[in-house]
Design a binder for this molecule. Structure first.
Ligand code: HEM
Length: 383
């Protein structure tokens, strides 16, 4: 199966979002999806409205450099600070590249993933705005990288969106390598049992390190486990695609930039995944990680264990293929872009005023890397 990284990442946009219900009061980083106009107005009166902002520029110097430096020391988590399912963003927050609170703007996210890890500008913009349109607050321009804050009070009835990136069915999905499926309760905390699986596999096929072979086997094992145990397992796109890319990310970003080895020490890996911590003297990768850079790695994983997007149809061991899956890169990119726009309309059926302005601008921002990589026409759902 041919699947380039641009498609893989763009698939992050086609997401079946839960329909949010009305929540009040809201914190400034909570999504406004699903609220009535009156509720949005009420919220708007309680905060400073920032709205969408311009995309920050690419880095000029993309060489390897010390990033665990004196200006960015690791600090343990304080009460109220939020971390979530992404070890990359968790680490950036725990080293101060992102606000240590875990609540950030799109520009802060784009700058941090570039500066701290050398993620390519296009990838950073695409992933950030995909996530932000799903889980961010369009008026305050803030999003949580984690779970609901301890300050938000008791959880609302499902499927309201309160959390940030941990919200299941948005960006977060099933069969994560070190986090459990939402069906079993906790979809965002580091899971020791799952990490031990990675250790075992790396010892067996990676010579004691996490390499491409280990990534392929770990990714495949998690899929098999979810099929066998999670009746609600969804591994359709975009989760199918992001899951493969995320298995490459540790090799792309957590290996010291001075090394030429494509293998990650397991203690270092644990540091990132469990403690959100860079090793001492850590250098970021040399050169950016762009759409093309990881294509081979993703291809390696898919070739090692060919698989198809799909879902468990109401019971365990009942995996059916996703009928919507398309095989052509360009078509997929455009189809997913338009699907994403439609989902945004579902979430915000009739946005008005500042909310409409912010959504339009963030949709424009999201389209910038799509336009650069594909051949899609932009949609304007809120003219
Ligand atoms: C650009 C902004 C980013 C956003 C919005 C984002 C968001 C996410 C989310 C929501 C997940 C959870 C998916 C799931 O497993 O259900 C995730 C997983 C992951 N992310 Fe990120 N991420 C970003 C950048 C990064 C960076 C820069 C790195 C590495 C330095 C990274 C490494 C990972 C890894 C390794 C996983 C898989 C965790 C696992 O399967 O246990 N991400 N990311």
């Amino acid at each position: 199966m041919r699947l380039s990284l641009i498609v893989v990442l763009a698939q992050a946009i086609a997401i079946h979002l839960p329909v949010a219900t009305a929540l009040s009061p809201r914190l400034p980083h909570e999504s406004l999806a699903g609220l009535t106009h009156e509720e949005v107005e009420e919220f708007a009166r309680s905060v400073d409205i920032i709205g969408a902002q311009p995309i920050p520029p690419p880095l000029t110097d993309t060489s390897a450099k010390l990033v665990n430096d004196r200006a960015h020391p690791w600090r343990p988590l304080l009460p109220g600070q939020q971390r979530g399912p992404c070890p990359g963003l968790n680490t950036l927050a725990s080293h101060g590249y992102l606000p240590r609170s875990g609540v950030a703007t799109p520009a802060q996210l784009i700058n941090a993933v570039q500066e701290g890890f050398n993620m390519g500008w296009g990838v950073a913009v695409l992933v950030t705005y995909a996530a932000f349109l799903m889980d961010g607050n369009q008026l305050t321009n803030l999003m949580s990288i984690g779970i609901k804050s301890l300050l938000t009070g008791p959880p609302p009835p499902a499927p309201a969106i309160v959390g940030g990136l941990s919200t299941h069915g948005t960006f977060e999905g099933d069969a994560s390598m070190t986090r459990g499926d939402a069906f079993f309760g906790d979809n965002h905390s580091f899971n020791e049992t799952l990490f031990q699986q990675i250790v075992d596999i790396s010892n067996k096929v990676g010579g004691g390190k996490y390499n491409l072979s280990a990534a392929a086997d770990a990714r495949f094992l998690r899929i098999q486990q979810s099929i066998a145990t999670n009746p609600t397992f969804v591994f359709s796109n975009p989760r199918f695609a992001t899951a493969y890319v995320e298995a490459i990310f540790p090799l792309a970003f957590f290996v010291d930039g001075r090394s030429t080895e494509q293998a990650l020490d397991l203690k270092v890996m644990r540091g990132f995944f469990q403690d959100s911590r860079m090793p001492r003297d850590f250098f970021r990768r040399n050169g950016t990680f762009d759409f093309g850079t990881a294509g081979e790695g993703v291809q390696f994983l898919m070739n090692a264990h060919p698989f198809f997007p799909g879902f468990n149809d109401g019971a365990v061991d009942n995996f059916v293929p996703d009928p919507d899956f398309l095989g052509n890169d360009t078509e997929i990119l455009c189809a997913l872009y338009h699907k994403f726009v439609n989902i945004t309309v579902e979430l915000y059926p009739n946005p008005r005023g500042a909310l409409r302005t912010a959504l339009n601008k963030n949709l424009d921002n999201f389209f910038v890397p799509v336009q650069a990589e594909g051949n899609c026409l932009q949609s304007h759902p809120f003219p």
